[in-house]
Design a binder for this molecule. Structure first.
Ligand code: SF4
Length: 208
């Protein structure tokens, strides 16, 4: 696909006028293309759907109060408190168990009950679900479906992902009954900071 035969979108925008309205909207602006009915429906969801309203308010409060001051772990604790979460679930990669234990200790220090499940829980061999193995010996699958089911059994109110692999995180989010947020996004090459690696991959090109 060339740049000429596709619809421009926010990924092509250089004005970002939707943020502060201190510039101009581009000709292809998504904000300007919305109908009044679409806008009204979205606003209704934020105001009238109880869980969505609670998350919207809590996340805005955390952003406002902790901006540039609280790190992500602190923001999650404050978010959980504002949501009234009684128990926080942790879905962790086995490779990040040290960081997971540090987060557990921090949550307890904040008076927040929590429950952790590692990705290898269940110890199901890869051959049982026909996924590729590197060696001809027992290799447990990463098991985000079971992580989600155990946290549902434990009635967690907010689940936190710590370093699940790409795709395993997708399955965890799909099967988690509780709201999900991230503490650590896995990026083995960039010390778990995917933003660092982007610039070297592309030379961004904006339409004129
Ligand atoms: S100004 Fe319009 S096109 Fe640009 S980022 Fe905002 S919504 Fe997207």
């Amino acid at each position: 696909m060339t740049t000429d035969d596709r619809a421009y979108n926010c990924g092509d925008c250089s004005t970002l006028n939707c943020g502060k309205q201190n510039s101009t909207y581009p000709s292809f602006c998504l904000t300007e293309s919305l109908t009044g009915a679409e806008m009204d429906e979205v606003i209704r969801i934020y105001k009238e759907e109880p869980q969505t309203a609670a998350i919207a308010v809590a996340s805005a409060e955390v952003a406002a109060e902790g901006y540039g001051k609280w790190n992500r772990a602190q923001e999650i604790a404050e978010f959980a408190k504002r949501l009234g979460a009684k128990k926080v679930g942790i879905a962790s990669c086995v490779g990040l168990v040290k960081e997971s234990k540090q987060f557990v200790a921090y949550l307890y220090s904040q008076g927040i009950d929590n429950y952790s499940v590692l990705c290898k829980v269940g110890a199901i061999d890869k051959k049982k679900i026909d996924v590729p193995k590197r060696k001809n010996e027992h290799e447990s699958i990463c098991n985000p479906v079971l992580q989600a089911r155990i946290l549902q059994r434990e009635k967690t109110d907010l689940n936190v992902i710590i370093g699940l692999c790409v795709g395993h995180d997708s399955l965890f989010i799909k099967y988690s009954k509780a709201t999900v947020t991230y503490l650590i996004v896995k990026d083995r090459v960039n010390n778990h900071n995917p933003a660092v690696g982007l610039a070297s991959l592309v030379q961004a090109k904006q339409p004129t």
